[in-house]
Design a protein around this ligand. Structure first.
Ligand code: NAD
Length: 357
């Protein structure tokens, strides 16, 4: 009997996690830990305990507070940047300076100027750089994009997105003990529900249709929570070919109510996705036939999270298997559009208004 040679270990990509908070801990780390082609080599956070605790989940990963040292860790190839928005530029610059590929959380930065700097730095370094719009990789959304591309909806007329949550002034992420709600700080977040959630929807429209929104207007709301940033927003716009788009976002939707819904309407049918927008696997996708109005469930991979699919997509692009389909310059154009769509006159805070019940 001849010995069977051991199968070669799959080639692995070396990741550095920068910012060991909620999204890294609860969503990206599980995706990396489950991926046979990924290896976390370092975790860096300005809080040493946070870095240590997350690094302890990965064999051989080093923990630290020094960005430059972390990005020089032997084997490091990609930096996943998950600090609060205002710190993205500095962290991405350090990663690109060390010639690492970059996967930076959304929004690109707290200000448009910082985002433009961040994109310029990545372009100058010549590294693969991407926004971590995980929802573009959700298997339900990929299935929806395939149906649109195959013409199953006929002429697409509109996309309607509802994506909200409940985020009171004293909110902190699950598992967090800092009590620091930077999401309602205009300087560190750059805005409220609109800045936090609308970028996902705007990116998703492009990923679903293969064309982006090119003109838009936004209304902001300070309706329920009395903080300095908006707690609700609605953007209405149009793609270059005339698909009408509405994207409603909120920090003021009670979470027992429906708050994650996506519809793509066409002359031959309508797609309805519920509970697919977010960080988790699953949800539901239906295609309603325009001739009969009858819904049919569309099957998709309900076991893969959008974060797991995103890790795979980045690694394939890094390995040269496929080109990266969403250049950072395009994501910057979408951020410019979001900024330009804002009302010229600031929306008053709740405490300055007579709010009806
Ligand atoms: N894609 C998604 O679905 C999704 C979900 C949640 C958050 N996010 C984005 O991820 C980012 C992080 O959000 P979060 O909820 O995890 O925040 P968080 O507050 O839970 O964690 C942020 C971490 O960054 C660390 N940090 C702060 N400044 C730093 C710096 N200069 N250098 C190194 N570390 C620093 C903090 O100590 C903290 O551990 C934000 O940009 C947010 O918009 C994306």
């Amino acid at each position: 009997m001849t010995d069977v040679p051991p199968s070669p270990a799959p080639a692995s990509t070396g990741w550095v996690i920068a910012g060991a908070g909620w999204v890294a801990r609860d969503h990206m780390a599980p995706a990396l830990a489950a991926s046979p082609t990924s290896r976390v080599v370092a975790v860096v956070d300005r809080d040493p305990a946070a870095a240590r605790e997350l690094a302890a989940r990965f064999d051989g990963a080093v923990a630290g507070t020094d960005l430059a040292a972390a990005f020089r860790t032997p084997g490091a190839q990609v930096a996943y940047v998950a600090t609060p928005n205002h710190a993205h530029r500095e962290v991405v610059a350090a990663a690109a300076g060390a010639r690492l590929a970059v996967l930076c959380e959304k929004p690109l930065a707290a200000t448009l100027a910082d985002a433009a700097d961040l994109v310029a730095v990545c372009e100058a370094a010549g590294v693969l750089a991407a926004t971590a719009f995980d929802q573009r990789w959700h298997p339900a959304h990929r299935a929806a994009a395939d149906l649109v591309a195959a013409g199953r909806l006929g002429t697409v007329t509109s996309v309607r997105i509802v994506y909200g949550c409940w985020l009171p002034p004293d909110w902190s992420p699950p598992g967090s003990t800092t009590g620091d709600n930077w999401r309602v700080d205009p300087v560190r977040a750059g805005g409220g529900a609109y800045v936090d959630l609308a970028p996902h929807g705007l990116d998703l429209v492009g990923a679903l249709l293969g064309e982006d929104v090119t003109s838009a207007t936004t209304h902001l709301q300070h309706r329920v929570h009395d903080y300095a940033v908006d707690d609700g927003s609605v953007l209405v716009g149009s793609t270059g070919s005339g698909v009408l788009v509405s994207i409603a976002n909120s920090f003021n939707t009670v979470e027992t109510l429906p708050r994650r819904r996506l519809e793509v309407v066409g002359t031959a049918g309508q797609l309805v996705a519920t509970d697919t927008m977010g960080q988790t696997a699953g949800g539901r996708l239906e295609l309603l036939d325009a001739a009969t109005g009858t819904p049919a469930e569309i099957a998709f991979d309900t076991g893969t999270t959008p974060f797991a699919a995103q890790v795979r997509a980045v690694e394939r692009a890094l390995a040269g298997e496929v080109p990266w389909p969403f250049p950072l310059a395009r994501d910057l154009r979408l951020m410019q559009l979001l900024t330009d769509a804002l009302p010229a006159v600031p929306t008053p805070r709740r405490s300055d208004l007579e709010v009806s019940p």
